[in-house]
Design a protein around this ligand. Sequence first.
Ligand code: PLP
Length: 429
Amino acid sequence: MGSLGSSIDEQVIDDQIQARLQLFSESPCGRENDIPFFVANTTKVVQQHQRWTHALPHIHPFYAVKCNPDKRLLQLLADMGVNFDCASLAEIEQVLEMGVDPSRIIFAHPCKAPSALDIAARRGVRRTTFDNADELDKIQRISPGMELLLRIYVQDHGAKVALGTKFGAPMEVTQALLEKARRAGLKIIGVSFHIGSGASDPNAFVTAVQDAKRVFEDGKALGFNMHMLDIGGGFEDSNFETMAYPLRKAIIREFPSSVTLIAEPGRFYASGFYTMVCQVIARRTQAGTMNSTLPDMLYLNDGLYGCFSMGWSENGIFVPTLVVPRGKSSTVSREWTPHRYSIWGPTCDSIDCISKEVVMDQEVKVGDWLKFQDMGGKPFHSPPDFWRSDCLLDGEIIFELILHLIAYTISASSRFNGFPNTYAIILLE
Ligand code: PLP
């Protein structure tokens, strides 16, 4: 289903990219050329939700806002009945400001700042996670009425981001935590886990469900009303069903249908939301140098210090396709044979390498634009002052500049070296 949907959308996305490039062709040295842009595709999000409800019909998704806090994405998800996993006060306030009821939020961070816990509780958020004894003391002191999920340690060792290195109570300490909570008069209602972001081993889910069952039984034996299982996130577009079906079977085997099932998917919903387009600002050919066996080098207007921060955290592999502006292909002479390139960001830092080697099916030149798919992430506030209003598209396209801290694609974004972390977004509806 995913591939059929994406091939239909692809044409529409390419049309929007072409419309934007036409605006640039008038002024090749304009500063607006320095700004990479995104095409945001809401239909992809709707498709993902359909896949979710088909494969995991009894598990209510709480979208992990950290993955991409774009207000239009959040509104679309809210309208489809998706709830929210917030990990900070700012995320909670953003979701509440949309008019979402606090009962639709889980404060899914096992190690919270006291102030965040206090304000969240006063704003009506009732559920949170914990994984250590000190957090229980904090909760008892600040918001003893909260409903708690004990986050247990699980790990898909092949996951792109191994969250188990930071969070999750090992099984050896869960009993002691349950007993401590009991003595403190706190309310544990269930168990949560996260097998790691960008996971690929369905057995990690199966093991996690079995461990969660043990903690459920231990909690019930201590008198807790254990009725909620939160299976976290970790799903990707490419392997969603492969991961989902063994998980579903394990849950049916281990848990009665009376247990409320929730999840915290992020990347699965958000990654396909954005296609990103960057310009080639410089090129270095290696022919005739001592590096002649190395790929030629392309330098883009964004890199590891910007939206490609996944390159640091996840060894992300970014393979672009060349966008040839319509009408231009016949006038620009280029070689139509495969070319090897390494791709670099704009900074003076040599770590700033987006891809060590990609093979493009044709030559790429300075001034060309490269398209990167599945870059679901989101940029910052207020347009830069040099952005010209005559660069805005009208009609069906809502074109906006938003600057706002994002996750996954811009979580490590910075202004290092004086390059602005500024992006443009074209919304497709
Ligand atoms: N829930 C928690 C607590 C997380 O830390 C994360 C990601 O870091 C997510 C959900 C979202 O995970 P994913 O994007 O892999 O679905």
